[in-house]
Design a protein around this ligand. Structure first.
Ligand code: PMP
Ligand code: GLN
Length: 380
């Protein structure tokens, strides 16, 4: 069979998690919590199952959940999305991203992707027949930033879509108001669409607010905005997310969605809908993860790792040049097999495998897990 994805193997997350378990390493590689979700969330899902919510839901998602999502977006970002025509529940953010790309990218269309980039964007663009146009973030004193002049220079008459991600995986960088204004300046007067991956929307630290594209009407009117319950409620294995977009874009999204998955499992949607009535879990998330971030950073302060800023997400990137000159994937492998702490090489997030001597750790872990990892890392 001639492959449709010649540049692709198994994801770095699957590979590193397998290596971590083979070598009994503390897994700070793949991003997922090693602690349980709130028991109350399970009670809501259990109640939904027992109430008989076990058959196909509406293709677009359970109405109560779409209502809850629209209410949350309105409360947090002041944007009005009609739950009937502008919100769709998806099988995780991954499906939302792929479906959004498939519904609007035609063969030969160019898609600007800011690198390092989450690994699912490029294969989805390739499957759509699109041409990925990577623009690399710059790493300076204040961490990673997007060079908007280079994004502007990458725009051509074939540009169909720009993919952004804030808070950003893997760097932990966040976009700020001037970034959104710069993006607005680039797309103004064009028919370029935006795909905004905001799965870490509730993980922004130090009192800074999340700059959702939903806050910017000029951007929101041309954007698919994606989020994921897996991140917010510590249930990455549930694979439920959603997309919000203006009705005209959503109509096209749903045409593809209905033949990707048709619909997403019913009881979890009902459980999430009633659980979401309480804003406390996502309101308290920044404080919860900021404490873990600080615990992890403090533990590495005396080590030979150089900490990069970590303004959002549950990832901490570190430079390891003082420890070793080897390639990132070799270093991550060595950390996993010899030091028994798994990490992800940031080079895996670049189409051309750019090397910066940086690996990513996930701090969405129990304190005891972080302490065990720190004991091993701080000795290096
Ligand atoms: N986008 C980014 C930036 C992510 O980090 C992840 C999760 N690893 C996803 C999308 C996918 O989310 P989900 O698990 O809900 O498919
Ligand atoms: N988003 C998670 C990460 O970046 C992993 C998701 C996956 O395993 N595909 O680590």
């Amino acid at each position: 069979l001639q492959t449709r994805l010649p540049a692709v193997g198994y994801t770095v997350f699957s590979l590193m998690s397998a290596l971590a378990s083979e070598h009994g390493a503390v897994n700070l590689g793949q991003g997922f919590p090693d602690f349980p979700c709130e028991p109350a969330l399970l009670d809501h899902v259990d109640a939904a199952m027992r109430a008989g919510h076990n058959q196909y839901p509406m293709m677009t998602g359970v109405p109560a959940l779409r209502d809850a999502i629209a209410a949350k977006i309105a409360a947090l970002y002041g944007a009005q999305y009609n739950p009937a025509s502008e919100i769709t529940v998806t099988a995780g953010a991954t499906q939302a991203l792929t479906t959004a790309i498939l519904c609007c990218v035609h063969p030969g269309d160019e898609v600007i992707v800011i690198e390092p980039a989450y690994d699912s964007y490029l294969p989805a663009i390739t499957l759509a027949g699109g041409v990925p146009v990577p623009v690399a973030m710059e790493l300076g004193e204040q961490g990673y930033t997007v060079p908007w002049d280079q994004v502007a220079a990458a725009v051509t008459p074939r540009t169909r879509l720009i993919v952004i991600n804030t808070p950003h995986n893997p760097t932990g960088a966040i976009l700020r108001a001037p970034d959104l204004h710069a993006l607005g300046g680039i797309v103004r007067g064009s028919d370029i669409l935006i795909l905004s991956d905001e799965v870490y929307e509730h993980m922004v630290y130090d009192g800074v607010r999340h700059e959702s594209v939903c806050r910017y009407p000029e951007l929101a009117e041309r954007s698919f905005v994606v989020s994921s319950f897996g991140k917010t409620y510590h249930v990455t294995g549930w694979k439920i997310g959603y997309v919000a977009a203006p009705a005209s874009l959503m109509a096209e999204f749903r045409k593809v969605h209905q033949y990707n998955v048709f619909s997403v499992n019913t009881p979890m949607q009902h459980g999430l809908a009633t659980y979401m009535a309480d804003p406390a879990p996502y309101r308290d998330l920044p404080a919860f993860y900021q404490r873990k971030r600080d615990l992890f950073r403090d533990g590495l302060k005396g080590s030979r790792f150089t900490l990069l800023p970590a303004d959002g997400t549950y990832f901490q990137c570190v430079k390891y040049e003082a420890i070793s000159p080897i390639l990132e994937s070799d270093f991550a492998q060595w950390l996993t097999t010899e030091i028994k702490v798994a990490a992800i090489p940031v080079s895996a997030f670049y189409s051309q495998g750019r090397e910066s001597g940086i690996v990513r750790f996930c701090f969405a872990k129990k304190d005891e897990t972080l302490r065990l990892a720190l004991e091993r890392l701080a000795r290096l």
